[in-house]
Design a protein around this ligand. Structure first.
Ligand code: AMP
Length: 393
């Protein structure tokens, strides 16, 4: 059978990220982004081989952008597209794995919208547009939450009145599941361990950040919760704060919920702490030049990350390794070394040269000799979504 092609789509409220994945090749045949959809400045950017191109698509909505994409995809796939994989943020408790799209799956994603009001409706828009444009192709949805449906109840329940869980679904769900699953499988391969008998701490550090404890191929705990705001310091998200902060700000500053929400999600995290940027590269450069805010943001980021990893270790029977992934995890020797320095009690220590070498897509072990394994593993959520899609065809 010739190698098959899957188009992977990730729809935001005004954007579509896409990648054409061929099962035989590690590089994408085509990838890109349509952004500012619904506005006069809507634009489609794509990359094929080494070549980059873009096209203004003024006023285009999701469907119009996908129809512009169609000929590009058909060209790059040589006319042989086998299916479409959609990333969906929230699958609630209903979805523990990827699903073929049908009317009941669409209804369930719609029903889950109160848990992810910004993301699920946008994901649905993309699926519905793709169903109209690619009516003959099988389509699959892959949920960010599904991998974490194996959390034990003591890890996913909040200490809140039970009715909030039973009747309103208030519990910890976790996100980034596709990435934690992908890198833990790669880590087992790299270490010549069986996925079904391995035990990992994983740190996905991108614009959003989360940790995960993975035992025998299953998620046992993770730092994100009901929403992706819980847990670590992120680009613009605060991560954990005292829940009384809400009433404190309302009482003392008169802020309403929308203001507090906006601050915690968009103005906090690395950006809020540094007063400079949500981008770790910029913060590392500013720190070099003595910028106090950038220095503090990096210190808080690493300390909080280490604390979360230490907490996650409670879910492991033993430690086969710590995995760093995501834009920061894959590219920042500084963040890795500062984080690991806080984890002496887990016996972790890095080899300086190996740590410096693993950047820009280079995977490898970076622990000092005789210390527990620490791995840098580039994530590839699009590939994992394509593999899940292929498995259901
Ligand atoms: P992601 O969301 O996975 O694309 O990751 C985005 C984050 O990775 C941003 O904070 C980037 O600044 C960060 N990042 C990318 N490259 C580097 C690098 N060379 N050093 C430090 N951070 C980086």
């Amino acid at each position: 059978m010739p190698a098959r092609n899957i188009l992977v789509i990730n729809c935001g409220s005004s954007s579509i990220k896409f990648a054409l994945v061929n099962e035989a090749h590690s590089q994408f045949s085509l990838s890109g982004l349509a952004e500012r959809l619904g506005s006069p400045d809507a634009v489609l950017h794509w990359q094929r081989g080494g070549e980059k191109d873009s096209l203004m698509i003024p006023g285009a909505d999701h469907r119009a952008a996908l129809s512009q994409l169609l000929p590009l995809v058909q060209g790059a796939a040589g006319g042989k597209l086998h299916g479409i994989g959609h990333r969906v943020v929230h699958g609630g408790e209903r979805f523990t794995q990827a699903q073929r799209v049908d009317t009941s799956v669409l209804a369930a994603i719609r029903d889950t919208a109160p848990l992810a009001p910004l993301h699920n409706p946008a994901n649905l828009q993309g699926i519905e547009a793709a169903l109209k444009l690619f009516a003959d192709l099988p389509q699959v949805v892959v949920f960010d939450t599904a991998f974490h449906q194996t959390l034990p109840e003591h890890a996913y329940r909040y200490a809140l009145p039970e009715v909030l869980y039973r009747e309103h679904g208030v519990r910890r769900y976790g996100f980034h599941g596709t990435s934690h699953r992908f890198v833990s499988h790669r880590a087992a391969q790299m270490s010549e361990l069986s996925v079904g008998d391995s035990s990992w701490l994983s740190a996905h550090l991108g614009n959003g950040c989360s940790t995960c404890a993975i035992v025998d191929g299953q998620s046992r705990d993770t730092s994100m919760g009901l929403t992706p705001l819980e847990g670590l310091v992120m680009g613009t998200r605060s991560g954990d704060v005292d829940p009384n902060l809400h009433s404190h700000l309302a009482r003392t500053l008169g802020w309403d919920l929308a203001q507090i929400d906006r601050m915690l999600n968009q103005d906090a995290g690395l950006l809020g702490l540094s007063g400079l940027s949500n981008d770790m590269r910029s913060l590392e450069q500013a720190r070099e030049q003595g910028h106090a805010g950038a220095t503090l943001a990096i210190e808080v980021f690493c300390y909080r990350l280490a604390k979360s990893l230490a907490a996650m270790s409670c879910a492991l029977p033993r430690l086969d390794g710590l995995i760093f992934t995501g834009g920061i995890g894959e590219n920042s020797p500084l963040i890795r070394s500062k984080t690991v320095a806080h984890l002496r009690l887990l016996g972790l220590a890095l080899d300086k040269e190996a740590n410096a070498r693993c950047i820009r897509g280079v995977a490898g072990s970076i622990q000092a000799q005789g210390h527990p394994r620490v791995l840098v593993v580039p994530t590839n959520e699009e590939r994992q979504i394509a593999l899940d899609t292929l498995a259901l065809l």
